[in-house]
Every structure is written in structure tokens, then in C-alpha cells.
Design a protein around this ligand. Structure first.
Ligand code: TYD
Length: 209
């Protein structure tokens, strides 16, 4: 079995959380040795940064500050959590990673995808995902789903308007074109259970090769 680094990406309301929870169960049932982690966060220091970045009330945060804080949290997450797990032979399943910064900060906040890529490559060095599953959903559908899901915790970025979310979705499309060999795109109109099955099947193929 190969220790691979897997990330899940998608705009808000793409059903990513339900999908990753189901995928986690299925990976456990399949007997895979893995850790599940998330961003921003994934290590004690990085979770503290998450509170600052996503906290309601920090609306005056400058876009570059936001990008740098997230990249800093990512660095710590890579060093403290992701690399040790991979070295230990475990699969790493991560809810959002570098591409979220390219889409949200690069495209959404209009800092520029290339500029955000630069600071993130400084942060992660060679720790780039082996495969990234992208849950493809139009921005408007994603926002409708967030509005319909009352129980969901609302964060500072969910409160952004439809234009921001459209920019994020456009950003993802550009990033997929930049790294076509790494991305697997899945239509998020399928149920989270079906999506989790598709992802598990793909993971099993990859770790066997
Ligand atoms: P979260 O509650 O985990 O939402 P989701 O279920 O959509 O993943 O909040 C993460 C939020 O942080 C989400 O709105 C995207 C944003 N984010 C960035 O803007 N840049 C990043 O690099 C990351 C990892 C997340």
C-alpha cells in the first residue's frame, strides 16, 4: 500500500463535509491506514489560526493578511501532521488544502492565483497532494444549499456575497487547468454517498499501483 496525500476541494455548499465523513467511514471499513485532517487547521497551532481567520468579527482583515495567516497555518499543519503521517506510511485525507487558498484568496479576494501560489509553495515545499478530488457545483447552487442547511455553522467567508463565490468557482476552474494531472472532477449533483464510493474506488486503484 502506498502512503498518498489526498485532498478534497470544492466551493461552499458542494456537499464536501457529508462526502468526506462518508468517505472516512468507507475507508475505515476497507481497512485503510489513514488520517483525516482539515484546513485551515489540522494541528493545535493551526486550529488557533483558523479561529482568527474564520471568526465572525474579523471583517476588517486585509486579504493579504488572510492569505499569509492561512499559509502560515498550512506550514505548521504540513510539518506537524501531514509529513509525519506520510513518513509513517499512512494515507492523508485532507479537507481543503493549497487549492482553497488559490481559489478563495487568489481568485475570490483577487490577490492573484500566481502570487498566492508563490507564498504557498514557500510554505509547503514539496508537500503537494498526489490527487485532489474536486466537487463541482455551480456557485449559486452551493449558496442555496448553505442557506437551506440551517444547522451548518456560518463562518466569515460564507457571509461573502454571490459574486465572491462566483469568483471562487471561476478560480477553481483555472486551477484545474493549471494542474490537470492532479485533479479528479466529480459532479456534485450526485449524492454524497455515490461520490464517496467513486472516490474510494479511485483511491484503492492508486494505492495498489
Ligand atoms: P469550513 O467551515 O471548513 O467550510 P467548508 O465546509 O466549506 O470546508 O470553512 C472553511 C472556509 O475557509 C471556507 O469558506 C473556505 C475558506 N478557506 C479559504 O478561504 N482559504 C483556504 O486556504 C482554506 C483552506 C479555506
Amino acid at each position: 500500500m502506498k502512503a498518498i496525500f489526498i485532498t478534497l476541494e470544492g466551493p461552499d455548499g458542494s456537499g464536501k463535509t457529508s462526502t468526506i465523513n462518508l468517505l472516512q467511514e468507507k475507508m475505515m471499513q476497507a481497512g485503510l491506514d489513514f488520517i483525516k485532517t482539515r484546513e485551515p487547521g489540522g494541528s493545535p497551532i493551526s486550529e488557533k489560526v483558523r479561529e482568527v481567520v474564520l471568526g465572525i468579527g474579523n471583517e476588517i482583515m486585509d486579504p493579504k493578511t488572510e492569505a499569509l495567516l492561512i499559509a502560515g497555518a498550512r506550514r505548521q499543519h504540513v510539518v506537524e501532521t501531514i509529513r509525519p503521517a506520510l513518513l509513517n506510511g499512512q494515507i492523508v485525507l485532507c479537507d481543503r488544502f493549497i487549492d482553497s487558498s488559490l481559489a478563495y484568496q487568489g481568485a475570490g479576494r483577487e490577490i492573484g492565483i500566481e502570487a498566492v501560489l508563490d507564498i504557498n509553495l514557500f510554505a509547503v515545499e514539496e508537500t503537494i497532494p498526489d490527487v485532489t478530488y474536486y466537487l463541482d457545483v455551480p456557485a449559486a447552487v452551493g449558496l442555496e444549499r448553505i442557506a437551506a442547511n440551517q444547522k451548518r455553522e456560518v463562518n466569515r467567508l460564507d457571509k461573502e456575497n454571490i459574486t465572491f463565490h462566483q469568483k471562487v468557482v471561476q478560480g477553481y476552474k483555472q486551477i484545474i487547468k493549471m494542474f490537470p494531472e492532479r485533479f479528479v472532477c466529480i459532479q456534485a449533483t450526485r449524492s454524497p454517498n455515490e461520490i464517496a464510493d467513486i472516490i474510494l474506488e479511485d483511491i484503492l486503484k492508486r494505492i495498489k499501483d
